[in-house]
Ligand binder design. Sequence first.
Ligand SMILES: Nc1ncnc2c1ncn2[C@@H]1O[C@H](COP(=O)(O)OP(=O)(O)OP(=O)(O)O)[C@@H](O)[C@H]1O
Length: 411
Amino acid sequence: MSTILEFRDVHYAYPNCQESLRGVNFSISEGAKVALVGPNGAGKTTLILSCNGILRPTSGEVLFHNSPLRYDRSSLRDLRKKIGLVFQNSDAQLFAPTVYQDVAFGPVNLGIAKDQVKALVQRGLSAVGLIGYERRPPHLLSGGEKKKAAIAGVLVMEPDVLIFDEPTSSLDPAGAADLMELLDELNVQGKTIIISTHDIELAYQWADDIILMNSGLVIHQGPPEKVFMDPALIAATNLRTPAVLETFTELVARKILSGPKAPRSVLHLVNCLEQSLNRQRDAKEYGSISVCNVDTVPAEMIHCWVQTHPNHRKGAMGTRAKHLATVEEIVLDYTYDVIDKCILRALIGESSLILTSTGMVQRVERRVFAFDEESGIRIAVDLTALDREVPQAPHSLLQGDHRECQSGPQK
Ligand SMILES: Nc1ncnc2c1ncn2[C@@H]1O[C@H](COP(=O)(O)OP(=O)(O)OP(=O)(O)O)[C@@H](O)[C@H]1O
C-alpha cells in the first residue's frame, strides 16, 4: 500500500505557547483504518488540524501523496477537498438553516452547477442515511444525526481521507456502533479513515493501525495487538488494556490459553478457548450465514424471506440495509459487529441472515473465510439464498402485499 499522509519532524506551537507538537513522525497507508490514541492534551487535535493545513507547522513537513503541503489559498482549497475533517462538536460544523444547504455548502462554494450540487447532496445524504432530512434545521437534529449531516457535508467533496476527532463522543452505544459501521462502509469504498479517540475498546477492535501520542510526540505506531500488549506503552500513556486482551492475558497466565496471536474480538477469544479445550465439533452442528444485498433483492422478497425463516437471527450492516430494515419493520438482532456475532451463532448451530449492500457483501465472505482459515471450521455462507427463493414467492408479494407471505422454505 502506498503512503497517503506523512508527518516528518513536525513541530507546532500555538501563539505565545509552548510547543503542542514536538517533532511528530508517522506515515499512513492508503486505505488504512487508523486510530490516534493518547491522553488529554497529548496533541491529537493539534495533529489532526495540521493534516489538512488548518494549522501550519512551525517547522517540519506534512506530505500528502508524497508531496509537501502548500499553504497558499488555492492549494489549501484543493487539499481540503481531498482530506475531509469532521469535528468533535458537530455544532461547530453545521451552520446553514437547513441540512440541504449545509451539505451543499462546499460544492456551491466551488461554483458547481445547481443540478450537479443537488445530485451530490443526494448522494452524500444517502451515504449517511439522511434522505428526507433535507429541509430540517441542523440544530433540531439528534447528536447522531448532526454527526451524520456533518459527515455528508464532507463526503460531497469526495475526499480520499476522512479524519474524525472523537467521532463517538456524545453518541449513545447504538449511535456510536452505527457511526463506526458507516466509517467501515466508507473504508470499504476505498477511503482512508483516521479517528482520534479515548475509547480503547473501539480503537483495539476497529483500527488496523494505532498511533500512540503523548506530550506532543508520537511514541509508537503499530498494529493494535502489539501496541496494547506492551505494558510500558500502556503505563506511559495512562491507557488501559482492552477487555478482550486483558481476559486473554489472564487466561494465558493461568495456562488455560497459549498462542502467539492475541484475539481482537470476543469471537476470536471464544475460538481460542474452544481450540484450547480441544472441543470436537461436528460440522453438521454449525449454522449457516445467508447474505442479502438490499440493492438487488426486492424489499418485498426480503420481508417474505424473513417471515418464512423466523428462526434465523437477523443483522444489518450499512446505512441502506438498516434503512430497509426500518421501512420493512424487520426486527434486527444485530446492528453492529454483525459478522462476528453471526459467526458466533453459527458455532452453536444457529443460522443468520445478514442484510447489507453492494460492496459489503464480499466483506462478509472475506471475514467468514478468514475465520474458517484461522479456526479450521467451515461456516457456510450463502450469497444467493434469497435470489434462489424469489421465484417461489407468491405473485402478490412482488406487488408489495406482505400479509400474503406464508410459504417458502424453512431451515
Ligand atoms: N487554541 C489553543 N491555544 C493554545 N494552546 C492550545 C490550543 N489548543 C490546544 N492547546 C494546547 O495544546 C496541547 C495539545 O492539545 P490538543 O487539544 O491537541 O490535545 P488532545 O490530545 O486533542 O487533547 P484531548 O484528548 O483532551 O482533546 C495542550 O497542551 C493544549 O492546552
